[in-house]
Write a protein that binds this ligand. Sequence first.
Ligand code: ARG
Length: 690
Amino acid sequence: MEHITAELQQLGISPIPTFSDVQLHPDLNPVDVYRAVIIEQLHTITGAEPQIINNAVQWTQDLKHGDLMLPVPALRLKGKKPDELAKEIAEKFDSPLIEKPSADKTFVRFFFKPEPYAKLVLPSILKQKHDYGFNTYLGLEDQSNPSSRKQRIIVEYSSPNIAKEFHTGHLRSTIIGGFLVKLFSRAGWEAYSLNYLGDWGKQYGVLTQGFEKYGSEEELEKDPVKHLNEVYVKINQDNSKEQEPLKPLIKKKEDLEKAKNPAKIPKPAKGEKAEPLPEWTEEKEKELQQVEADIEKVKEDLVAIPSIDEKARQFFARMYKGDPSALKDWQRFRDLSIKAYIDMYARLNIHFDEYGGESTVKEEKMEKAAEVLQRKNISEDSKGAVIVDLSKHGAPKLGKTLVKKRDGTSLYLTRDIAANFERYEKYNFDKMIYVIASQQDVHVAQFFKILELMGSPYSDIVAKCEHITFGMVKDPKGQTMSTRKGTVVSLADSLDASKEFMHDVMRKNQDKYDQVANPEATADILAISAIMVQDYSGKRINGYNFDMEKMTSFEGDTGPYLQYSHARVCSMERKTAIPASELVTADMSLITAKEGIELVRLLATWPDVFLNTYKTREPVTVLTYLFKMTHQLSSCYDAKDTSNKNAKTMSVMYADSPEKKAALMALYASARQVLSNGMTLLGLTPVERM
Ligand code: ARG
C-alpha cells in the first residue's frame, strides 16, 4: 500500500478517495485505484451515487476498447440524453492517471496512462507475490468488516464407486471440485473437501463372491482399484450368464405391459402418425399372467441353485444388519481403495478432508426423513414400496421416484436425502456444492425438490446447496469410453499412460531433456497439467474428447504450453539473478515498447479476472486469461525497436543498461507470478525447468 500512496502523492492523488457504500481494495487490486478516481469524478460531474457508478463501470472484452468503460445509460440519470452526457463527461473528466476519455456514442472509454500504471501495478504484484489477485474479503460474513467470521463451504466431489471403474466422469468431478475448493479458499472461505464414496449396496455382496473366485491378495495390495474392478467385471459376467433364462421372459413381460398401458408408448415424433393402438384382449391378459408366473418360477429355481445374485442379496442383508464377518472383506476393500485414491489424488494436488460414503449414512436419519415424507403426505405407498410422485407436487418434469424398496432397504436417492441433513449437523455450512455429472441432473433435481417439500429445517438447508454439473468426456473420436472397450480401467493407469506419453514428447528434445533434474517427476507434472487444462478448456457443461496427442502438445493452448511459459521466465530469472528487492524498486518508466505496456495492462486485470471467476465458477475464465497473457508475454520477447529494426528492445540479455534490464525483469517476474497464481488456482504445479 505504501508504494502506491507515495506514487500517487507525487501525482496529487492522496489520499485515494473512499466511499461508504462501495467496497474497493486499492491495496489488492490496482484497477480499484482507478475505479476510486473515476467514481469521485463522475459523482462530481453527474451527481450519480457512487454505488450506481461503481456498478455501471465495466471491464471491456478487449483492452483495445479501454481499460474500463462506462455505458452512460447505466447511470440511470433522467433528463439528459446519454450520448450528450457521454460527451459532457469526456470533456470534463480530468485525471493525471487517465488519458482524456473519449465518448463513443453512449459509452465513455477510459485508457490508463502507461507510466503511472506500470509504476503502480508491477511493484504491487512483486510485493503481494502469491497473494496477488486473490480477494479474501469475499468469503467473510460481513465483507466490510475484515475481522468478521469466515463462511464455511463444503464441496462434495469425485465420489467414485468402490469396485466399479473410476471413469472419466469421476476424473472430471475431481478436477472441477478441486478447482472449486481452491477458488473458494482463495476467496477467503473456509472450504472442506468431501468424498462421498459409492460403497454400499448389493453389489458388494457380488464383489465378495467375485473375490473368493477370482481374487488375488497380491494384486489387491498392488493396485486395489484396478484389481477389484477386474474381479467385479468377471463376476458380473458370470452373474449375467446365470440370469440369462430370465431375460427373454422379462422382455416379453415388458412388451405386454406396454400394450396394456399404451401411455407408456413414446409419442410419435412430429409429422409421424401414431401407430394404431393394439387391442388388449382377455387372451393377452392371460398371457401376461403366465409370463409373470414363469418369471417367479425361474427366480425360485435360481434361488434354489442359489445364484450369485441371490447370494449377494443375502450377503448384503447381513452387511446391512452389521454382521462383522460379512463386513470384514468389505471394510478391507474400502480401506485399501481409499489408500490408493489418496495417492492418485495427491498427484492431482487434491486432498480430501473426509472420506464419507453411502455406507456411512445413518439408518435413523433415513427413518426420520421417511417419517416426514409420510406425515406431510409427500410420499405414498405403491405395491408395498414407497414412492414420491413429484408431478403431484408442482414438478411434473421430475416424475415419480422410488424412496423405499419393497424389502425395506434404502436407495441412492434416500441416502442422499438423509446425508444432506447429516452433513449440515456435522459442518453447519453456509454453502454446499455437489459436483455431479449431467447424467445425474434429474437425480439431483429430485432429491433437492424432495428436501424442499419436506419444509424446515430440510428446505432451509437445501437452499444453501448448489449442483455444479458438467458434460461428458469421450474418446478422441467422440465415442463414449467404457471399461468393456478397455479404454479406461483405473485412474492410476490413465495418469501413467499420459505420463509415459509426455515423457516420450520430452525425450524428443534430447539437449533440453538432459538438463532436467528429475525427468520422471516432471513428466508426471506435465501430464497432469495437460489433462487438467484440457478439462478446463471449455465451459463445464460442454463435454470434450480425451485426446492425448492434442493435450500434450507444446503448441496451442495446452497445459505444457503454460508450463513452458513459466519455465522460460524462471530460466531468465536464474540467468539475470537480480535480487527481488531491486526488482520492486526498478524504474518501470523504462518499459516503453507497446508490447510491454500491453502486458502491464493485462497483468493489472488479474484481480478482476479472479472476481469474475468467483462469479462464473468457470475455470475457463482463468484459462482464457492465462493464454491471452502468456501470448502477450511471448510477443514481448520478439518486440522490435521502431528506430532499430534489428534490436530486440525487450530482450533482457541485450538490455542497454542495468536499469533497463531490471525494469524488464520486473515485468517478466510479475508475469511469471501472475501465471503461477493462475496455475495454482487451477490446481497445476508450475515447474521451474522442463
Ligand atoms: N458415486 C456416484 C456415481 O459414481 C456419484 C455420487 C454423487 N454424489 C451424490 N451425492 N449423489 O455415480
